[in-house]
Design a protein around this ligand. Structure first.
Ligand SMILES: Nc1ncnc2c1ncn2[C@@H]1O[C@H](COP(=O)(O)OP(=O)(O)O)[C@@H](O)[C@H]1O
Ligand SMILES: [Mg+2]
Length: 253
């Protein structure tokens, strides 16, 4: 299998350089980094879960934009859902010129809409190839939920995802895996989030006093001392940001 072969090859080539230290990758959201010891651990794969419209794509793009413009880290945004044109147009509203980053070969937007029809392994190979050719250090995969529908069985999905996560870790590529949570449901979108991620960030939108209130929760972030309280968060023309202090306990329902 090509994917498995690629993993072995990458592992052999870079095994000695796998980061053992507590090397942190800033997310591009300083208020988030502040509560997770400075950022994500390099090579980790975290799940960003939330209902539609909660800002998962925005957070993902901000993570890649920051990496490419401030950290010298190339990135790939693989989308099963949105076209590259839509991502670019939405990015511009935050002042992120994704077109320019693509032409500078610092970012690649990979649309998997048509590739998925050729099969899930073709789609994943496209992503791995893009990562490899750009020496990308950041990946956003949008979304795990859409990918899951393409597998024939849970066992197949599990083994594919396992290989992919190992590949990313070996390549020191820090990943945000987006997961869609349907409206009105408490549980996450798929059964894989629990075992897959090194961390879990939940973006929640609920009705509060006749308006939508956005809150972020971090139930899991391996190797990191983190707060368990929720934080209000905002999406403005500057992108994604968290309130400086957690929601006081008496207000948590
Ligand atoms: N330029 C902007 N200024 C303020 N808020 C915005 C802007 N663009 C998008 N938003 C907010 O972000 C939401 C969409 O975020 P998005 O990242 O696409 O969510 P998701 O990927 O979780 O569906 C919109 O519903 C809107 O509330
Ligand atoms: Mg989205």
């Amino acid at each position: 299998m090509v994917v498995r072969g690629a993993v072995m090859e990458v592992r052999r080539a870079i095994a000695p350089s796998i980061q053992e230290s507590d090397d942190r990758v800033p997310t591009g959201v300083p208020s988030l980094d502040k509560i997770i010891e400075g950022g994500l651990r390099r090579g980790d794969c975290i799940i960003v879960a939330g209902q539609p419209g909660t800002g998962k794509t925005t957070l993902g793009l901000q993570f890649l934009y920051h990496g490419a413009t401030r950290c010298g880290e190339n990135g790939v945004y693989a989308s099963v859902i949105e076209s590259s044109e839509k991502l670019k147009r939405n990015g511009l509203r935050f002042g992120w010129d994704l077109n320019r980053l693509e032409s500078e070969n610092k970012l690649r937007l990979v649309s998997l809409q048509s590739t998925m029809k050729a099969g899930v392994s073709t789609a994943l190979e496209t992503v791995l190839e893009a990562l490899h050719s750009m020496n990308a250090k950041r990946l956003v995969f949008d979304s795990l939920s859409a990918l899951m529908t393409a597998f024939e069985s849970n066992a197949e999905a599990r083994s594919f995802l396992h290989i992919m996560v190992k590949f990313l870790e070996a390549a020191n590529c820090t990943t945000m895996m987006i997961s869609e949570v349907p409206w009105g449901k408490q549980q996450l979108g798929t059964n894989f989030e629990e075992f897959l991620g090194d961390g879990l960030v939940i973006l929640d939108a609920s009705f509060d006093n006749s308006r939508v209130r956005r809150r972020v929760y971090i139930p899991k972030m391996r190797g990191t001392e983190h707060r368990l309280e929720g934080y209000d968060y905002y999406i403005t023309r500057d992108g994604f940001s968290l309130a400086p202090t957690p929601i006081p306990p008496d207000k948590i329902r």
